[in-house]
Design a protein around this ligand. Structure first.
Ligand code: GZL
Length: 328
């Protein structure tokens, strides 16, 4: 009996030893595996569901790709982004990526990154510069087309309602940011030849829910029931504006046509309730393309200069009952 137990014990001990070695190798392997690359990313802030969805997606895709991510939140300040990029340079990351809060003011710090031989990827937003070769590529939405989609919806809506005059107020995103400039340009270029369309005022809401509320309060105090359309550059400002419209006794989606951009779950839910008429999608899910591009740049491969994700719009013209959860 004892003899049998001994043999059994030895067999178990051997099995445990083999398992420990395997796990140990696995662990060792994990310890020894170098990250695919070290990516420094400066994020604008946490101002909207879009921005937080974008951050989550970038973090998730970096982990999936085994990329070591240094992510810094600039809390809406350009100087914080410039400081972060300088830290990434000092740290000698393999690739720098950032979403520039505004288009101007990057020449010096991006020249420093270029001198350090570190490629820079623009994510979401663009920069404006006279200098060549400061960035490797832009991964982000076609904001001009988002403005076009918003305006094309409005023209169809005005036709269906038989409107002969359409008074518009615009609540814009952060002044001098790419989405603000291009969403405005795409929208205004599309309506400019339609004599029914009159823009009463454009006002900066900085992509913030609080500013959307303040802007809408001012616009209602100033124009009251003259307002036929609210064109808002993002869902947060739209969701801030709606209660002000209702407080003034108007029904958003009925008395006023409400057009928004981003396409987050909250706005889609309100669209389904009939209080928003059109939401143009701007996907925050840019992490896949960012990681793929960063890996190519580190390997010295060529990359596309501009990468636009596919985008659509959702409106009261559609049956949205089957729409999948938005994820942001
Ligand atoms: C658009 C992005 C904008 C979103 C806002 O790509 O830059 O910034 O529309 C966010 O929600 O604040």
């Amino acid at each position: 009996m004892f003899h049998k137990i001994r043999r059994h014990t030895v067999a178990c001990l051997c099995l445990i030893t083999i398992l420990l070695l395997l796990v140990g190798c696995q662990a060792t392997e994990e310890v020894q595996t170098e990250p695919a690359l070290l990516l420094g990313f400066s994020q604008v802030g946490s101002e909207s569901a879009w921005r937080m969805g974008n951050t989550r997606d970038i973090e998730k895709k970096a982990e999936e790709c085994g990329i070591s991510l240094m992510l810094e939140n600039a809390n809406q300040k350009q100087e914080n982004q410039i400081d972060a990029i300088r830290r990434f340079i000092a740290y000698q990351v393999d690739v720098i990526a950032f979403s520039p809060i505004v288009e101007e003011g990057w020449d010096n710090v991006l020249s420093e990154a270029k001198e350090a031989g570190i490629p820079v990827i623009l994510v979401d937003r663009d920069i404006s510069t006279e200098k060549e070769g400061l960035t490797a590529c832009l991964i982000g939405a076609d904001f001009y087309n988002e403005g076009v989609m918003a305006a094309e919806y409005l023209i169809r809506k005005a036709d269906s309602l038989g409107l002969d005059k359409v008074n518009i107020v615009e609540i814009t995103g952060t002044e001098d940011s790419t989405p603000m400039r291009q969403r405005q340009a795409g929208f205004m270029d599309t309506i400019k030849d339609d004599e029914r369309m009159v823009v009463l005022e454009s006002i900066n809401g900085d992509f913030l829910i609080s500013r959307g509320r303040e802007c809408m309060k001012y616009l209602i105090e100033t124009y009251g029931d003259e307002i036929d359309v609210v064109y808002s550059h993002n869902d947060e400002m739209t969701l801030g504006a709606l209660p002000e419209i209702e407080k003034a006794g108007f029904s958003p989606g009925q008395d006023m046509i409400i057009i928004s951009i981003d396409g987050g779950q909250d706005a889609i839910d309100v669209l389904k309730e009939g209080k928003i008429n059109c939401v143009v999608e701007c996907t925050p899910m840019l992490g896949d393309k960012l990681m793929e591009t960063a890996i190519k740049l580190k390997a010295g491969e060529e990359v596309e200069k501009v990468i636009h994700p596919e985008e659509q719009y959702f409106s009261d013209e559609m049956d949205l009952s089957g729409l999948a959860p938005r994820g942001y």
